[in-house]
Write a protein that binds this ligand. Structure first.
Ligand SMILES: [Zn+2]
Length: 241
């Protein structure tokens, strides 16, 4: 029991009462956690409307052993990326980042995951400021990789044969590509698709339409990471053009 201070990103907030909010946070020290922000909804709240998604701050939490819900004692702004709200596609990608962390982060400190989250949000925000308002899927793949779910794109997940540049099928549940011998299919990925997918998973930005790439990513998350559960952001991610 006591006070702890740590960096944290606000992932999501819920109204708790007429005047209070519950925050879902990704913290450096403790990994994901929830905090009750008393008075946050009062017009003259000392938090000044800062307790919103896409904001990073130094949080001071009053923690009690054995309790999952901590109490927020202080919040000092470090940086914020709320400008993402003006670029709908990038906002969708950023929401998927936050939701993945909220649902799948391990219940302990994870510096690499915290870094993937904040780097992704910062770069999406920079992209929005620069007027490049589509794409950004490589940041979600980076987070997926950090969570330990990197897809297998070099060897067939069924037979182990090297997948070159011929056609292949993305087997979402199995977590990678199936070669054309194991999954003969006309509507699979062609050579260009496979190059695009490998580039995104390796963290490279693509130019041009991202509709197909967004569907691969959303379906991979749905069938391989979330075990069929639908994350709220996935339908929006899947509809990106
Ligand atoms: Zn095969």
């Amino acid at each position: 029991m006591g006070l702890s201070t740590t960096r944290a990103v606000v992932l999501q907030t819920y109204r708790y009462s007429d005047t209070s909010k519950i925050l879902r946070l990704m913290t450096v020290e403790f990994g994901p956690c929830s905090a009750l922000a008393r008075g946050a909804l009062r017009p003259k709240s000392r938090y000044g409307g800062l307790l919103e998604p896409f904001v990073e701050g130094e949080v001071t939490l009053y923690t009690k052993d054995g309790r999952d819900l901590h109490t927020l004692s202080d919040f000092e702004l470090i940086r914020e990326w709320r400008g993402l709200g003006s670029a709908l596609d990038l906002f969708t990608v950023a929401s998927a980042l936050c939701e993945l962390v909220m649902r799948l982060a391990p219940e302990h400190r994870d510096d690499e995951l915290y870094g993937a989250l904040t780097t992704g949000l910062a770069q999406l925000h920079a992209q929005a400021e620069a007027g490049r308002v589509t794409g950004g899927l490589e940041h979600v793949w980076a987070l997926v990789n950090t969570l330990g779910f990197r897809p297998e794109l070099d060897q067939c997940v069924a037979c182990g044969r090297a997948v070159g540049s011929e056609r292949a099928r993305f087997d979402y549940a199995a977590g990678g590509l199936q070669c054309e011998h194991c999954a003969p299919s006309r509507d699979g990925l062609d050579a260009q698709d496979i190059r695009d997918l490998r580039a995104l998973v390796d963290g490279q930005a693509l130019t041009g339409g991202s509709g197909r790439q967004a569907r691969w990513l959303a379906d991979f998350i749905r069938y391989h990471l979330s075990e069929g559960a639908v994350l709220k952001s996935l339908p929006f991610l899947r509809e990106l053009q």
